[in-house]
Write a protein that binds this ligand. Structure first.
Ligand SMILES: NC(=O)c1ccc[n+]([C@@H]2O[C@H](COP(=O)([O-])OP(=O)(O)OC[C@H]3O[C@@H](n4cnc5c(N)ncnc54)[C@H](OP(=O)(O)O)[C@@H]3O)[C@@H](O)[C@H]2O)c1
Length: 338
């Protein structure tokens, strides 16, 4: 059968552009043990920018001239496996294409009772798991602490804020517009939020701490890096913890970006800063799902999403919309439904 998929055809320099990819029509041949999945939605995520470069990182670069990969939801259309019957809703890693040929061990059948399939890409997927790992396994969050989350209107950030709130924490968010700041408070329950364009992050964070009447931060969940990280280090209390999740402010940089200039404070205040990769924590995934599924089903945690494209032809422009960020709140998705 015919399939359409997005191939990386050259490595972007700085901000990616549409000519970096091609939408290719090709034949899809099912292997003996493979099932046919019609993809319904795919996730676009900042880490994909890193995979478009050749530079070594924690994950293999995308190959030139081949379909890219990433998380997707789909419906099984052909299967001889009784454990994964036709009609099963599944999550897998073969996004960036309309159909996927998958062995049963390369997909996960997901529960959609009282849930959207795309919740398994958002709050219940890698996005929510990243927030949970950063707060619990890395930062060792305790009830009632003061937590700062950058990119608080983003996929991971919106969930991190809600999880911290569920632990009775005071939550401060930063994001890229006043509208987003309002949503971060109204929809995701942050105590306060600021638009980082409104001044120096250092001053805005100090103002936010004064507003919530807290002496400093116990935890910083970093999605952004650069100026945000330096400002957060300055605002940390003794024994504070920083979970380094992402650094989107530097992903498109073409030159090395200087690190925080105030690392001496890490010593004086006995701070701990730790980077993490969510995939290293798969052993705790069931624990996360047990906790999170109930929170999402009950509405205690919402799984926000923005559709940045419709159809495979809009998948890459959707990715560019995500990187730009202004039009995206929560998890960025491309719909692949008809
Ligand atoms: N460590 C791991 O295992 C792991 C796993 C998943 C994701 N991550 C990382 O975690 C972070 C969050 O992931 P996500 O999928 O939820 O993405 P995300 O936060 O939704 O990323 C997109 C958002 O980033 C913000 N942004 C873009 N440029 C920025 C800049 N220069 N400064 C500040 N904010 C900027 C934009 O929002 P504004 O309008 O607010 O600027 C945009 O909507 C990313 O850095 C990602 O790479 C890490």
């Amino acid at each position: 059968m015919r399939n359409r998929e997005v191939h990386l055809v050259r490595r972007p320099v700085g901000t990616p552009v549409p000519d970096d990819v091609d939408v290719v029509t090709c034949d899809l041949v099912l292997g003996a043990d493979q099932l046919l999945v019609r993809n319904t939605a795919m996730s676009v995520e900042p880490y994909m920018r890193g995979r478009m470069s050749e530079a070594a990182s924690y994950v293999e670069p995308y190959a030139l001239g081949e379909a890219m990969t990433g998380h997707a939801t789909g419906v099984v259309e052909r299967s001889d496996d009784p454990a994964v019957p036709v009609g099963s809703v599944v999550v897998h890693q073969q996004g960036w294409r309309e159909y996927a040929a998958l062995a049963p061990q390369d997909l996960e059948v997901v529960d959609v009772e009282g849930l959207k399939a795309t919740d398994h890409l958002g709050a219940l997927g890698q996005t929510g798991f990243t927030a949970w790992v950063g707060l619990h396994a890395i930062a060792g969050l305790r009830d009632g602490e003061t937590v700062f989350v950058s990119s608080a209107a983003g996929g991971v950030g919106a969930i991190a804020g809600q999880l911290a709130k569920a632990r009775g924490c005071t939550t401060i968010g930063s994001c890229g517009s006043q509208d987003k700041a309002k949503r971060v408070v109204a929809d995701f329950g942050f105590d306060t939020a600021f638009d980082y364009h409104d001044g120096s992050v250092r001053d805005l964070l100090a103002g936010a701490l004064a507003e919530v009447d807290r002496p400093g931060l116990d935890v910083y969940f970093d999605n952004v890096g650069a100026e945000h990280l330096e400002a957060a280090i300055r605002a940390m209390r003794d024994n504070g913890r920083i979970a380094l999740c992402g650094a989107i402010a530097v992903y498109n940089a073409t030159e090395p970006v200087p690190g925080p200039r105030n690392l001496l404070l890490m010593i004086w205040r006995r701070l701990r800063m730790e980077g993490f990769i969510v995939g290293d924590h798969d052993g705790r995934r069931q624990e996360f799902l047990d906790e999170m599924t109930g929170l999402v089903r009950s509405g205690a945690v919402v799984s926000p999403e923005t559709y940045v494209g419709h159809g495979i032809d809009e998948a890459f422009s959707g990715f560019l919309t995500l990187l730009d960020g202004r039009a995206v709140t929560g998890k960025a998705l491309v719909s692949l439904e008809d």
